[in-house]
Design a protein around this ligand. Structure first.
Ligand code: NAP
Length: 283
């Protein structure tokens, strides 16, 4: 696809991987519609995009609010004559012991990571189908293929995203509209794993925000249905886990994922307590 003047929607563009994806589209002179909750973050990304020769519009929106996504789609359609690329990138994870999750945690992770991408795509896809042109790019994760201890909600959301992408890809056959799942491993230089500040087991490999953004841009010109991005081969693990799931569980324990993720749970609990204390002080 020629990205010069193309209209590209990117969710989760206020920080992390979404910023680098926006910058790469900007270098191709695309028109961007950037979505996230933080208008401050979005404004910064818009400035970066414009410095690189792209044009950007920011829409502050909370993707947890599924029933309001129709109004988001209306805003997008007012700004853009058509949509060429939709990058479903926004996401969150909450490390926790499963029984300690609150019902709201289940809703928020599944809404932002899975239901919102499906709903936004459902609303923007008809325009692409009418033009017989368009590309939906889902930023999924290796976690959608391999469950990881204490991250059950995130893994479920990404696993759902994987199957939704697979099924929709078949539905889109010969329509001119494409769908791709991008599956990064741990991202080492920014984003949710980097921010939590717990070292990821080196033997599982990693990737960079630039690696993810490059894969996104590349699949718009040379189509791929799924892209794994990891410094070490992850596919053998995925294949083995289908047939021998407990063998991979054992390897993961041996690699130290249980220890690492307990630290993530502890960090998350601490940061939740600090947030709650701040809120209490305010009230
Ligand atoms: N980092 C990794 O190692 C890694 C690995 C594999 C896959 N991924 C995937 O890559 C994508 C980007 O992750 P990241 O690492 O860049 O995360 P991040 O740095 O935490 O950024 C997440 C982005 O999503 C937005 N977002 C979160 N909740 C939202 C909500 N309720 N409504 C609207 N926007 C929301 C955030 O913006 P606001 O807070 O301003 O709303 C932010 O722009 C995610 O889908 C993630 O699952 C990341």
């Amino acid at each position: 696809m020629n990205l010069n003047n193309a209209w590209v929607v990117i969710t989760g563009a206020s920080r992390g991987i979404g910023v680098t994806i926006a910058e790469e589209f900007a270098k191709k002179k695309a028109n961007l519609i950037l979505i996230a909750r933080s208008m401050d973050g979005l404004k910064k990304t818009c400035d970066q995009v414009e410095n690189l020769g792209g044009k950007a519009h920011a829409i502050a929106f909370d993707l947890e609010k599924i029933s309001q996504i129709e109004s988001l789609a209306e805003k997008i359609n007012k700004l853009a004559p058509h949509i060429d690329v939709l990058v479903n990138n926004a996401g969150l994870e909450k490390y926790c012991f499963f029984t300690k999750y609150k019902r709201e945690d289940i809703t928020s992770v599944l809404n932002v990571n899975l239901i919102a991408p499906m709903e936004l795509t459902r609303l923007l896809l008809p325009g692409m189908l009418n033009r017989r042109k368009g590309h939906v790019i889902n930023i999924s994760s290796v976690a959608g293929k391999l469950g990881e201890i204490y991250n059950t909600l995130y893994d479920t959301s990404k696993g759902g995203m994987e199957l939704w992408t697979d099924a929709l890809r078949q539905e889109l056959y010969k329509t001119g509209v494409k769908i791709t799942s991008i599956n990064p491993g741990a991202v080492s230089d920014a984003g949710m794993i980097y921010n939590i500040g717990v070292k990821y087991p080196v033997l599982l490999g990693a990737c960079t925000t630039q690696g993810v953004a490059d894969a996104v841009i590349k699949c718009t010109s040379k189509y791929k249905s799924r892209v794994f991005i990891n410094s070490l081969p992850i596919k053998p693990f995925i294949i083995v886990s289908v047939i021998f799931p407990r063998l991979v569980d054992t390897i993961f324990r041996w690699l130290g994922i249980t220890r690492t993720n307990i630290k993530k749970v502890e960090k998350r609990m601490k940061s939740d307590q600090q947030k709650a204390a701040k809120e209490n002080k305010k009230n």
